[in-house]
Design a protein around this ligand. Structure first.
Ligand code: 5GP
Length: 191
């Protein structure tokens, strides 16, 4: 696949960009639709958008500009790794590297996530945040793999359902690269 953007990427990573799943226009239209829904649902209220560094920052920046109610933005950073895949069990260890800068008690919180797969990472975060007594807490995710879910996690705003293939671009990285690809593609590691 050859576009101007890929020509700018270094050769090694450019060669890993496979099939395009979602182009810029399709992503923008969906983000705009989600922004309209969120604006209508939160009319007369003030939102706190909470994003998880780093991948979701691209979606957050675009979504925030499509929301018309007053809003604040905050970030958390976590480290998340899989543990114990024996006996088909999968758990996820999540550690906060950076907490929110502000108190969320009594606030309307909307978590803006890039993709939900098993849901284990986000479930840990949601459980933690509920203990701080927000007025409400909802989740908006650009991409979703609901068929991979291992926990029951309500997702109010969902962009696209995607296949179980590794995704890069529009914030999604492979080894911290390819986040700046303006569209969403599948990673192709080759034989
Ligand atoms: P979960 O805890 O829901 O299984 O994993 C969610 C996290 O895994 C996402 O926030 C993201 O960081 C990462 N992730 C899941 N699927 C992909 C993917 O296809 N590409 C990339 N770059 N990251 C992914």
């Amino acid at each position: 696949m050859e576009t101007g953007q890929e020509g700018e990427l270094s050769g090694y990573y450019r060669d890993l960009v496979g099939r395009k799943l979602l182009d810029e226009e399709t992503i923008a239209a969906k983000v705009s639709e989600l922004g309209r829904r969120i604006s209508a649902d939160y009319r007369g209220r003030e939102l706190l958008l909470l994003s998880i560094l780093k991948g979701a920052v691209f979606f957050l920046a675009d979504l925030a500009r499509e929301i018309t109610v007053p809003l604040n933005i905050d970030f958390i950073a976590i480290s998340s790794y899989r543990r114990d895949r024996r006996r088909g069990q999968e758990t996820r260890r999540v550690r906060f590297l950076k907490d929110l800068d502000q108190d969320i008690e009594g606030r309307d919180l909307l978590i803006v996530e890039d993709i939900i797969d098993t849901g284990l990472t986000l479930n840990y975060i949601v459980q933690n945040l509920w203990l701080r007594n927000p007025a409400s807490l909802e989740v908006a995710t650009l991409l979703d793999r609901p068929y991979r879910r291992l926990v029951d996690l309500p997702v109010k705003y969902q962009g696209f359902q995607v296949p179980d293939e590794f995704i890069v671009g529009y914030g999604f990285d492979y080894r911290q690269q390819l986040r700046n690809l303006p569209y969403i593609a599948v990673l192709e590691l080759g034989p």
